[in-house]
Every structure is written in C-alpha cells, then in structure tokens.
Design a protein around this ligand. Structure first.
Ligand SMILES: [Zn+2]
Length: 500
C-alpha cells in the first residue's frame, strides 16, 4: 500500500512594531537582558494591558495579504499555563474569535494538485497573541530574559494542504516573503522572528480520513522544517507499514542527530482553560479603520512577478530577481516604462549593476551567513538606489547607444563601469574615451588587410574549409581597431576578401 503525507503549519511571526503588545516597552532585539521591561510585561498583579493598535493593524493587514475574511468581531482570551518564561501564568491570544479567517496563499511549487506550476495552501486563520520571555540554562542554574515577553506575535495556521517536505519549505518562503514585503514583520530567522510548529500525519493514498496528528514543536529554520518533515514522514510510514499504530503526540526535532523524539502524548496535553480576558474590550473594527489598513496592502510578490513577465516580456528568471528585490524592481520599472527594449534594461541592472553593487559592498562587509532566511543583506535598499551616481536616464541612453550601434557591446561595458564610478553621461564617456564604433568601411578594410597579412595560418585554414578560423581573424581585427570596429561589418569584409 502507498502512503501520502498530510502537513499543516502553525507559523509564529513577530510583528514589526516599535513597542510591545500591552505596554510601551521597546520591541527591540539584542538589548541587554531585562532592560525592556515594566510591571505590565513582567506580569505584576493589578496592572492593566493597553493594546498596541499598530499590532492590531498589522494582523488585519496580514488578513488582507493572505486573502482572508476580516470578521466584524474579535476578542482576546487567556490561555492559562505555568512556565517560568511567562510571568503572568497566562498568554493573551485570540482563541475562538480571531482577527482574520479563511484565507489562501498561492505560490510557485510543482507537486500533486498544482496547476501550471502554482500550488495553494488554505489559511485557517491568522491571529494575534504575545511572545514569552527567553530562558537560558547554565551549568547549575538558569537565567530569564523578559525583553521578549509581550512582544506582539502573530500565529498563522494553515489547513493541512501541504503534501511534502519540499512543499512546506516553499510555502514558508512564500509566506514570509509576503509578510516581509508587506511590512508586517522583518521575518529575520536569525533573530528568532519566525518559528513554526509542523503537524504531520500519513494516510493511504486515495483515502480522505486524516491519520493521527503528530506535531513537531518550535522549529526555527526552514531547512530544519524540511529535514524534520522528511524524517517524520518516513518514520510514520514505516510505523504503519509494520502494522503498528501512531498516536497523537508532540515531538521535538534534534537538528544535530537528525531525528525527532517524543515529548508528550495526548494524555498529558494541557487544559488551557481559555476564557475571555476581562481587562480587554472586544474588537469591532469600523469601515474607516479597515480602509486605513487596506491602503497599506502591497502587490503580492507572485502577482508582481507575473505582471513583470506580462508587461515587459521579461523571462521568469529576471522577473524572479525583481520579485524578491522590491527596490530593484521599482528601479527597473521606473526606467523600463520609457524603454523600447525593457529586457535590455533588465540585463544591465541584473548583470552589471548588481555585480557593481556587490563589489562595492563586499569591500568592508562581513560574510553572509547561510541561513539568514532570504539573504536580506543582498536586497538592494532604496538608499542604495538613491545614492547611484548616474541618473536613471543614463541607463536608457546607454541602451540606446548600443541599439543604434554607436558603440559595441564590449565598449558599452566600459561605459557602464565609468558612469557607475563617476556619474558622467554615456555620450560624454564615449567621446572622451573615443569608444564610438567604427563603421567606416575604408578604415575597417585596412584593419582586415593587416590581419590577413599578419596571420597566414588561419587564412590558409579558412581557405581549406575550416570556417571557424574566421573568428580568430575577426578577433585580430577587433584588437587592431581597439574594440571599436563594428563586428558585423568586420565579418562581412573578411569573408569577401578571403573568398576573392
Ligand atoms: Zn513592558
């Protein structure tokens, strides 16, 4: 019998707010332990929470970005449990009335059920809650840092629509790209801003009933999620094939040994005794408030990629670069709108500008770490684009010079390097460096004669039928002309002379 995996993800994302969820303490990573704390986030008796409105907005914004419904009524509940890193002994969360529900994420992934290379995962809900503190265990004692306690945290729950480890990985990348570009979260994995719980079960192919749900808790890297899911799917299939029974349970992934281990089964599951928080009013957003949030919705990355391919006839690879690098994409569009050949503009930006920027930033920049999510340090910032020495019109001019055959493509490389360094206009650089292409046939004839006279071997080869020998002669002529001869003319003239 063949088995298939059924996976659902609960993704926790820290929201990009200045302050915490219920108090004015800074939401700031990396501060000295216990410096961003106050009686509210330390859970002192008698304190009252005041909701962070920006966190409420970002949660509803997420709802719009993930095609969710925004219910007219939401509330906060207390989820009661004791743990040293949570001094209130309850976590505030949205239990049965979340701020958003019933959405969908569409992303590029080829697999069972995909359509034209696109897959969909339905979103059950995205709700708002709060993060807890952080414990560090030393030799004989433990330390607690409450800087993270009360940081706004959003939980995005997916339906069990994911069918493989690779699909889970692709979904997480797509989801965090949307949240990052939407300004909801920085999604910095290194700083623990994204964590997820992975629910996995297996069932015989073709059946509908779900198998026992097994949850892997607290994953903090997407590659870890992929490895853990691969391991766990194989393990579960192995268990059922042996005729044994799987039971609903929670497991932990050990990244070093590459296995999951059981933490607890359903019998020892917590009873969280949820009840509405009596200190907080329910939420009933007005139309006006919702309109304000809606105005912050950005174009989704996938939609942007598809539009760039459609409007500018870009190949998928180019559109992909501009999809993940929004500022660079905006820069491309600002120029391509006026260009006859947008693809040429894309080439200059992707092949030349990015290389130049990488070159200048690698001087004095620390090396990139592997699992920094999206290599965000590679994303071009608006400030970088603004600081370019040449104006966008110069790139259009450069493309025009190549298309008019005023300069050869190799000369254009020199012009670009010079305009990047100095900001001089392409026309001026061409003039100063004498880079204009020679299309004067008389002059080219002279170079051809010289090349033929100086290279008897390739000449003989060509005459003997080795047509490739023409390239070596062409190269000689280009050298003699210092790269300025029009290569098409050189080819024509050489052939005519050799056949004579
Ligand atoms: Zn506080």
């Amino acid at each position: 019998m063949e088995y298939e995996a059924v996976i659902g993800l609960e993704t926790h994302v820290q929201l990009r707010t200045k302050s915490k969820m219920w108090c004015g303490c800074a939401n700031q990573y990396g501060a000295e332990p216990n410096t961003n704390v106050c009686p509210v986030c330390l859970g002192m008796p008698g304190v009252l929470p005041v909701p962070n409105e920006e966190a409420l907005r970002l949660t509803v914004l997420t709802g719009y970005l993930l095609n969710c419904e925004i219910p007219g009524f939401a509330k906060f509940d207390r989820k009661s449990y004791f743990y040293p890193d949570m001094p209130k002994n309850y976590q505030l969360t949205q239990y049965d009335k979340p701020s958003t529900a019933n959405g969908v994420v569409e992303f590029e992934f080829n697999g069972p059920g995909s359509n034209n290379g696109l897959s969909r995962v339905r979103i059950t809900r995205a709700h708002l809650e709060e993060d807890v503190g952080k414990s560090t265990h030393f030799d004989r004692n433990s330390g607690l840092d409450f800087n993270r306690a009360g940081v706004p945290l959003m939980e995005i729950v997916s339906e069990p629509d994911i069918t493989s480890a690779d699909m889970a990985h692709a979904y997480l990348n797509a989801l965090t790209e949307i949240l990052h570009q939407g300004g909801v979260s920085d999604c910095d994995m290194e700083k623990g801003m994204v964590r997820c719980d992975v629910n996995i079960s297996v069932r015989p192919v073709g059946t509908k009933e779900l198998g026992a749900k097994i949850e892997i808790k607290n994953m903090n890297s997407f590659s870890g999620v992929r490895r853990a899911a691969e391991y766990e799917i194989a393990r579960q299939i192995d268990v059922v094939k042996r005729g044994e029974k799987l039971i609903q349970s929670t497991r932990r992934w050990d990244d070093a040994t590459g296995v999951t281990e059981q933490m607890r089964t359903k019998e020892d599951a917590h009873d969280y005794r949820y009840f509405p928080d009596p200190d907080l009013m329910p939420l009933a957003p007005t139309e006006e408030w919702l309109t304000g949030v809606k105005s912050r919705v950005v174009e989704l990355p996938l939609a942007r990629k598809q539009r760039l391919m459609r409007e500018y006839q870009l190949p998928a690879g180019d559109a992909e670069v501009f999809k993940s690098n929004v500022e660079l994409g905006n820069y491309f569009e600002s120029i391509a709108k006026q260009a006859k050949n947008p693809k040429a503009v894309a080439n200059w930006i992707i092949n030349n500008l990015l290389a130049k920027l990488a070159e200048s930033s690698s001087r004095g920049n620390e090396a990139l770490t592997e699992e920094s999510g999206k290599d965000q340090s590679l994303l071009t910032s608006a400030a970088t684009i603004k600081s370019l020495k040449y104006p966008p019109s110069a790139l259009l001019e450069l493309v025009g010079l190549v298309e008019a055959k005023t300069i050869s493509s190799s000369a254009a490389q020199q012009v670009f390097a010079e305009m990047f360094d100095t900001g001089k206009s392409p026309a001026l650089i061409v003039q100063e460096k004498g880079l204009a292409q020679v299309s004067d046939t008389g002059e080219i004839e002279k170079f051809c004669d010289e090349a033929i006279a100086a290279n008897p071997n390739p000449v003989a080869d060509y005459k003997a039928g080795k047509l490739a020998a023409l390239n070596s002669l062409k190269g000689q002529v280009m050298k003699l002309s210092k790269g300025k001869a029009n290569p098409a003319l050189v080819g024509e003239i050489l052939e005519r002379k050799l056949k004579a």
